[in-house]
Design a protein around this ligand. Structure first.
Ligand code: C5P
Length: 228
């Protein structure tokens, strides 16, 4: 085994997409494969951390050696994440959380009737923002380093910095999901990382594992000294 820079640290990672049910057999979801979050879980595990992986809908199998908690909807993910955040040193929110869910979850399969059918959606809670607000409400106390993601198709930097400020995270990892070799499903990513402290770094195309290594290094350097 190599060096274990996160030994004794607790890391929570969310991965995959959330799934929002319409009726017993239908749902809304997104293209997240879970690969980026899995890469974080693997690296954090290999670096000696105690890893909790909160996992929505994914293509692959979560890495071994981490505590995986399966969730389906954004509301379920929020409940699991918020109950564990206070114990964490680092929180990485790599999941693609649905912004909206069906207003009503029909108890029975929706029947085919009229030519058009309107589905009403309601906003989901923003988990990352909830973590940011929770952190702000406990000044001085030990709080985890929080890493958010920004998957964009345009105005990458502006949107990422806006998210960093609004959601009060320490680091934001921005990627242009419309770019070849980046985003959903691929094994590589092209990201820029921004910090609340003004830090900015543009990384070349690299494996999701290498992205996770770099971002965890940046998160580690923002940790409060142990024992605080
Ligand atoms: O606003 P947007 O969804 O693009 O922000 C992306 C970041 O916020 C990701 O880190 C994602 O996991 C997180 N997020 C969240 N809860 C939501 C929406 C996004 O935690 N409801």
């Amino acid at each position: 085994a190599g060096p274990r820079p996160l030994a004794g640290r607790r890391v929570l990672i969310t991965a995959g997409g959330t799934l929002e049910r319409i009726d017993p057999v239908r749902y809304i979801t997104n293209d997240s494969s879970g690969k980026m979050g899995f890469a974080f879980a693997e690296v954090a595990r290999d670096w000696g951390a105690d890893v909790t992986l909160v996992c929505g809908k994914t293509d692959g199998t979560p890495p071994s050696g981490v505590q995986t908690i399966r969730v389906e909807s954004a509301e379920q993910m929020k409940e699991v994440v918020m109950s564990r955040v206070p114990q964490m040193d680092i929180v990485v929110k790599a999941a693609a959380v649905a912004d909206y869910r069906p207003l009503h979850r029909e108890e029975h399969k929706i029947k085919k009737k009229a030519e058009t059918l309107t589905l009403s959606l309601v906003r989901n809670p923003d988990i990352l923002q909830a973590i940011g607000e929770w952190k702000q409400a406990l000044p001085g106390k030990r709080a985890p380093v929080v890493v958010g993601f920004a998957a964009e198709t345009m105005e990458l930097e502006r949107n990422a910095l806006d998210k960093l400020n609004r959601k009060k995270c320490d680091l934001i990892v921005a990627n242009n999901v419309a770019q070849e070799g980046a985003g959903f499903g691929t094994d590589t990513n092209i990201v820029s990382v921004y910090g609340a402290d003004g830090f900015a770094e543009h990384l070349p195309q690299m494996s999701k594992k290498a992205v996770a290594q770099r971002v965890l290094e940046l998160a580690k350097s923002r940790l409060a000294p142990e024992g605080l």
